[in-house]
Write a protein that binds this ligand. Sequence first.
Ligand code: ADP
Ligand code: MG
Length: 265
Amino acid sequence: MDGYSVRKVIGTGSFGRALLVQSRINHENYVMKEILLPKTQSKMANTRREAVLLSRMKHSSIVAFRDSFEGDGHLYIVMEFCGGGDLLQRIQQQKNTLFSQDTILKWFAQMCSGTKHIHDKRVLHRDLKSKNIFLTDDGTVKLGDFGSACVLNSAKAYAHTYVGTPYYVSPEIWDSKPYNNKSDVWSLGCVLYELCTLRHPFQAPSWKSLIMKVCRGSYPPLPQHLPYELHYLIKQMFKTNPKDRPSLHTILTSHRVAGLLHRHL
Ligand code: ADP
Ligand code: MG
C-alpha cells in the first residue's frame, strides 16, 4: 500500500473497490483492486485465486499483473491501468453508429488471442463480457477481471454460481453442465455480436424467455454488409452444443475467419 498513492475510485462492486493509484517509485498509473478477504479459509482461497490466476498471464491482450499483497483483512491486486474505459461504455457511446469492420476485426482478434493465451494455460475466464474488456489509451483491448476465473477441470469448474449479467451465459450453464473452454467461446461470440450490432444477441423481457432463446441459439440476423466469414463465425460460436463450437485455436488458425483476423493482429 505504501508504494502507491490513491488518485481516485474508479469502480465499486460487491468485492470492494477499484482504485486508480500512482506508483511512488516510477510515477506510473495503475489500478489497485481492493477486495475484502472472507473469514473462512476456503472462501479466502477463492478470493486469492483472482490474483494467482491473473499473475500467471503474460499477454499483450490481457491486463498486466504487477503486484498483489494483503493487509487489514484485504487483498490488493495491482495491475495495468487501461485509460479508455470498458468496452460496454464504448459501445454505448456509439449511439446508433456501427463500428467499422476494421475496428470489429481488430478488437475481436485481440480478444481471441488473449482468450487463447488463457486457455493455453488451462484457465477459464468464465466472465467474458464487454464490461470486463478494457480499452487502452491507444485503442487496443485487453481482457480483465479474473474474479470468476478457474483452472480447467478443477472442482470449481463444476460449481458455477452465476451472479452477474445473464446475457453472456451459454446453454450448457443453464443446463447445469460444467463450465468449459467452449463456454468462454460462447461469451466471446456475444461480445463479437455486440461489436457488430451494438445489441445483445439474446435479449428478452424475462429470465425464462431469455434462457429459452439462449438454449435454442436464436438471435436476430447480423447486418447484411458484414463479410460472410463473420456471419459464419457467429453461427458457429452460437452452436448450442459446446462440442460444435470452434476452439480459440481453431478460430485463430484454421477457421475461415482466421485470415481476416491475422490481417488485424
Ligand atoms: P468486478 O466486476 O468484480 O467489480 P472488475 O475487475 O471488473 O471487478 O473492476 C471493476 C471496475 O473497475 C471495472 O468495471 C472498470 O470500470 C474498472 N477497472 C478494473 N480494472 C481496470 C483496469 N485494469 N483498467 C481500467 N479500469 C479498470
Ligand atoms: Mg467486472
